[in-house]
Design a protein around this ligand. Structure first.
Ligand code: HEC
Length: 101
């Protein structure tokens, strides 16, 4: 009976990995909804500085977005959730990695 356990663990890990993919989509959507108008469609920079390649960690970005920074206005939770900000940071990191290749 126990021989089936590794299979179950593997299936479980596959299901765990699935939301990570969904998060990139959530990050992209939230970025385009809120950040793109100032930081460019692909984070290349516009009114705000470029965010790709990303020079800040997820925790720092959470702080900038919640508290504002210079001319960047703070965003309330009703506009973007903490999870979405984390997803945006992951999305920007991914864009930077893709640009390096
Ligand atoms: C209304 C325009 C505007 C919006 C919307 C906006 N930003 Fe910004 N952002 C700025 C400006 C302007 C700066 C430069 C602030 C300064 O240092 O004076 C900035 C700075 C930053 C920085 C620091 C960049 C650096 O290299 O120092 C990060 C990170 C950042 N923004 C992330 C975001 C994210 C993530 C979002 C979306 C949730 C967002 N911003 C939405 C205008 C904006």
């Amino acid at each position: 009976m126990n021989i089936f356990l590794p299979t179950r663990v593997c299936l479980f890990l596959v299901f765990l990995a699935a939301p990570a993919v969904a998060d990139d989509t959530a990050g992209k959507a939230a970025f385009e909804r809120i950040c793109a108008m100032c930081h460019g469609e692909s984070g290349e920079g516009a009114e705000g500085p470029p965010l790709v390649p990303l020079k800040h960690g997820a925790q720092e970005i959470l702080g900038f977005v919640r508290n504002g920074r210079g001319n960047m206005p703070p965003q309330p939770r009703s506009a973007i959730t903490n999870d979405e900000i984390a997803a945006v940071a992951a999305y920007l990191g991914m864009l930077g990695d893709a640009a390096k290749k």
